[in-house]
Design a binder for this molecule. Structure first.
Ligand code: UD1
Length: 523
């Protein structure tokens, strides 16, 4: 007996042909939808994609679920949704997905990372003189209004387990000042010290930008001239499923993620800020992450070394705490300086020791840089030069029934230190961890609010001791950046008075003044 034709096909062929048929039908539906949709979409802004281009892309990358979703929305919501799509660089995300799917081994695994030149902590008189010369040069650049400060604060703060801007986190040991307040007060203090204009640039993202701006506004910009604070948002990129599909966050939004702190160098250019700073005569950008309350904002020694070396991109490093500490390493890759993330090392190489038993790859990147503005311009000359990395992360999406669902998402990000190999000249400066690096990354344990508060208090205790103060062993102290930015400042402020500190104490100008009066009266 003749079997019906259908049954004679092997089952996998049947499945394949029905899948192809489904794709063809989806594509056909797509075309029809695209053709007949009469939704007014407004005028395209410069740089945004037209509706036609979006549909074409969605078609090309088989994102039928997105158009089907949009078809189900009422016209107002559909417009909102399409406006959101227009803002995103969908093609970049799809191209990156293609690239990373083809290249399954794209996770970098560097071997034989060499030692790059680092200006180590000064030991000899010549080295000390060199640092002093660098300080003088750096100070003169600040005085001449050539230095701006950028804080990258667009990240999602997911590891710390907080929602909203990380910069609002109350970090200081006594007053519980926020990270943003500490940075803003440092900028103000430096502006006064050097009688300089030091623009403060804050990069946020679509997720936390509004709240960041409101926080500054509510706090009167922490005493800074509002005209010298610039807020700008980094770009958001769609998060994709591992098989390349866009993910809906809710009815009118896709799931997106900030494009990494390297995106600051792109956003500076695209926002016009780079051009405006250059036009005003600024030439160097002091860069730091929002998570480190110990950052020496616009450190003149660092800026001076950057200029003395003719560097375009400079990096500060500390000696790695131990073999386990997860930091990027400053080293030589293919003969060029670079920062290599700990996750891109072979484990045995990351833990390697030298012949004396010390950590071989010791220079830990603390994510504090000086970057020349002309270099940032060059990075943007023919499109944006930095490469993208893939981060595979758990993401939460909203299902139509309102319930959340965890799934794996592919995020694409750039890292600012990937600019190093593009620079004609670079510079790397070793600094002391206890003075400059205590990041807030985790809710508990190492690199947590607790360790950062202890580090700030210990640093300020050490200044006070040098200034001759008597301190109860457990007293936490905090010195306002507006009172003293360093040990020298404090010694000068105290004018030889011997402070006695028996309990947790916040030191600002008014406290120093009160102390002065009290000691005068007691004489
Ligand atoms: C980072 C560095 C690492 C360095 C360490 C020092 C990377 C990939 N690695 O690690 O080499 O040793 O800091 O503390 O950066 N951010 C944005 N936008 C984004 C993503 C991040 O502004 O899209 C900001 C965050 O707000 C945060 C900072 O960048 O301030 C750090 O980002 P994170 O991803 O936490 O890097 P780390 O793993 O801490």
């Amino acid at each position: 007996m003749l079997k019906p034709f259908k049954k004679s096909l092997p089952s996998h062929l049947l499945k394949l042909s029905s899948a192809i048929l489904k794709i063809l039908l989806d594509l056909l539906w797509f075309r029809i939808y695209n053709y007949v949709s009469e939704e007014p979409l407004g005028r395209s802004k410069r740089g945004e994609m037209s509706r036609e281009k979006i549909f074409h892309l969605l078609e090309k990358y088989r994102q039928c679920h997105i158009l089907q979703h949009s078809q189900r929305l009422d016209s107002e919501k559909r417009n909102d949704f399409l406006k959101e799509l227009k803002k995103l660089d969908l093609s970049l995300a799809f191209e990156l997905h293609d690239k990373f799917s083809k290249d399954k081994n794209s996770a970098r695994s560097f071997k034989n990372i060499g030692a790059a030149p680092v200006i180590i902590m000064p030991g000899t008189p010549q080295e000390k003189t060199r640092r002093e010369e660098a300080r003088v040069l750096g100070e003169s650049l600040i005085r001449k209004n050539q230095v701006a400060v950028l804080i990258v604060a667009g990240g999602q703060g997911s590891r710390l387990g907080i929602s909203g801007p990380k910069g609002k986190f109350p970090v200081s040991p006594v007053k519980k000042k926020s990270l943003f307040q500490l940075f803003a007060e440092s900028v103000k203090s430096l502006s006064i010290r050097y009688r300089a204009m030091i623009p403060l640039l804050i990069m946020s993202s679509e997720e936390n930008g509004e709240e960041t701006r409101r926080f500054f506004e509510f706090n009167n910009y922490f005493g800074l001239d509002g005209d010298y604070i610039y807020f700008f948002d980094q770009e958001m990129l769609p998060t994709l499923t591992p098989d390349g599909h866009l993910i809906l966050r809710d009815d009118t939004h896709l799931l997106v993620n900030p494009d990494g702190h390297g995106g600051s160098l792109k956003a500076l250019h695209e926002s016009g800020l780079l051009e405006s700073l250059t036009r005003k005569g600024f030439s160097e950008l002091f860069f730091c992450q929002v998570d480190n309350p110990l950052v020496k904002i616009a450190d003149p020694v660092f800026i001076g070394h950057h200029r003395m070396e003719g560097s375009e991109f400079s990096t500060k490093v500390v000696r790695r705490r131990d073999l386990e500490e997860k930091v990027g390493i400053y080293g030589l890759v293919d003969g060029k300086p670079a920062v290599v993330e700990y996750s891109d090392f072979l484990p045995e190489e990351y833990r390697a020791l030298d012949e004396k038993g010390s950590i071989l790859h010791w220079p830990g990147n603390i994510a504090v840089h000086v970057i020349s503005l002309s270099f940032i311009q060059r990075l943007n000359l023919r499109g944006f030069a930095l490469p993208y990395h893939l981060a595979v992360k758990d993401v939460e999406v909203l299902l139509p029934d309102g319930k959340g669902k965890k799934m794996t998402g592919w995020k694409f990000e750039t890292f600012v230190f990937d600019a190093i190999p593009f620079a004609r000249k670079t510079c790397c400066l070793e600094v002391i961890r206890e003075e400059e690096f205590a990041p807030v990354k985790n809710p508990k344990g190492s690199d947590s609010p607790e360790t950062a508060r202890a580090a700030l208090s210990n640093l300020h205790r050490s200044w006070l001791k040098e200034a001759g103060a008597e301190l109860a062993p457990k007293a936490q102290v905090e010195i306002s950046p507006l009172c003293a930015m360093d040990k020298k400042d404090l010694i000068k402020k105290l004018k030889g008075q011997k402070l006695v500190i028996s309990e947790d104490t916040y030191i600002d100008d008014s406290m120093v003044f009160r102390y002065e009066i009290a000691s005068l009266l007691s004489q």
